[in-house]
Write a protein that binds this ligand. Structure first.
Ligand SMILES: [Zn+2]
Ligand SMILES: [Zn+2]
Length: 145
């Protein structure tokens, strides 16, 4: 099975080891990809655990779980990963339709381990001529737009 993060690798060889804590992400991009998988899988604990210690709130795990299960995750596109910043687009579908979360995330290394610090949301629209994020094979404008 291809990994949820669309990293073109098998789940076993991509994010699985991070999610079950067998491995520690070596780069912010790996961490970001594994966190996207955690959203897909409704793994709120992983999201909390990989958040910088001073931003972390253990009680969020259930809220994150509820939120992540309330939408259908369609895919991830990593646009840029440089230093401690990863820019990405995550596509999902909720009751109102297909949406995109475009974010520049900041990561921080604490005791040799990368954590998610915070993110800047960027207003973004799904281009009408791009392949639909729902992976129907049709253009977005002819599908979920
Ligand atoms: Zn992955
Ligand atoms: Zn569609």
């Amino acid at each position: 099975m291809q990994c949820y993060c669309d990293g073109k690798k098998e789940f076993e060889e991509c994010c699985k080891g991070y999610l079950n804590s067998a491995l520690t992400p070596a780069t912010p991009e790996q961490l970001m990809r594994s966190r996207y998988c955690a959203y897909v899988l409704g793994n709120g604990e992983y999201i909390v655990k990989t958040t910088a210690k001073d931003q972390r709130c253990e009680d969020d795990a259930n809220l994150i779980k509820e939120y992540s299960k309330s939408v259908i995750w369609l895919g991830l596109e990593v646009l840029n990963a440089k230093g401690d910043i990863v820019e990405f687009k995550a596509y999902y579908k909720d009751a109102q339709g297909v949406k995109v979360q475009h974010e520049k995330s900041n990561f921080i290394k604490e005791d040799g381990i990368w954590y998610y610090k915070d993110g800047l949301l960027i207003a973004s629209k799904i281009e009408r001529n791009m392949p639909c994020p729902c992976k129907s094979g049709k253009k977005y404008k002819k599908c979920c737009a």
